[in-house]
Design a protein around this ligand. Structure first.
Ligand SMILES: C[S@@+](CC[C@H](N)C(=O)[O-])C[C@H]1O[C@@H](n2cnc3c(N)ncnc32)[C@H](O)[C@@H]1O
Length: 249
């Protein structure tokens, strides 16, 4: 019997209607749906997003993939998850692993796929792309993310303000993911530059609790949650915001 296929399914950044038709088709065709667990050991956000599309009789496999940075802990988690999934794939079963946002943007999918390929070198792996959080956030703000010749920089996290300075010298649009942990320092830096009105913050894009802050004025004491990102237009782009376009007659 041949190996099953390991699918990376992008669940999109929040709204279940952001799943692509292909993501839904594949999700509904497999018997096994794997997803990251949350810190409480329950099926995590990706599962919450895809839940409306799942079918009775499908088996959910929540995998403990902790939010840690230590390489040895991460490696051990990917190995353990691969050990759990490999026997199913060896039996010819297809497995869909769902991830929040796009599976190709700062996601665990690639590490898990690699751990599986080490066990099963001929494993077929397929990826379904989806709505990533920078694009979801720009849409929520009613603004194009990048236009014409603008260069776009996406920083996965910020370890030093010098990195932000460097990105702003190069790009016309800078996206700061995982901004929560450095928000007070970033706000202060923007305030010193007089750039609070050039930055927007989007919290929980696509979720019922979504919050939009088109500028950072007055938000010194705000503490955003982990699912927040900041978009900065350092050159003060006067881009057309969809919300501001003249209405057709
Ligand atoms: C590990 S990354 C995952 C990115 C995801 N794979 C994607 O395609 O957007 C987690 C970070 O993405 C951002 N993020 C993901 N979903 C978000 C959402 N719905 N609203 C705002 N930020 C989000 C936050 O900055 C969060 O700290």
């Amino acid at each position: 019997m041949g190996l099953g296929t390991f699918w990376g399914i992008s669940a999109g950044a929040g709204d279940p209607e952001w799943l692509t038709l292909k993501a839904v088709r594949v999700l509904q065709a497999v018997n096994w749906v794997a997803c990251p667990q949350n810190a409480a050991g329950q099926p995590g956000l990706a599962y919450q997003i895809v839940r409306p599309w799942l079918q009775p009789g499908q088996t959910l496999l929540p995998l403990p993939l902790p939010f840690v940075t230590q390489p040895e802990l991460l490696q051990a988690a990917w190995e353990a998850a691969a050990e759990q999934l490999a026997p199913l794939l060896e039996q010819g079963e297809d497995v869909a692993f769902v991830c929040e946002g796009d599976v190709g943007l700062y996601s665990t999918f690639a590490y898990l796929a690699q751990a599986l390929r080490q066990r099963l070198p001929d494993l077929p792996i397929q990826v379904v792309p989806g709505v990533c959080s920078p694009l979801a956030a720009a849409a929520a703000l009613g603004s194009p993310l990048a236009l014409g010749p603008e260069k776009l920089a996406i920083l996965p996290a910020l370890f030093a303000l010098a990195e932000l300075e460097e990105a702003c010298a190069w790009a016309e649009v800078v996206v700061l993911m995982k901004v929560a942990s450095v928000y007070p320092q970033v706000w202060q830096w923007l305030a010193e530059k007089g750039w609070l009105q050039r930055a927007s913050l989007v919290v929980w894009a696509g979720w019922p609790q979504q919050a939009l802050f088109p500028t950072l004025d007055g938000l010194a004491d705000y503490r955003p949650p982990y699912f927040s990102l900041l978009i900065l237009w350092p050159q003060n782009r006067s881009s057309p915001r969809v919300a501001d376009l003249p209405k057709g007659s």
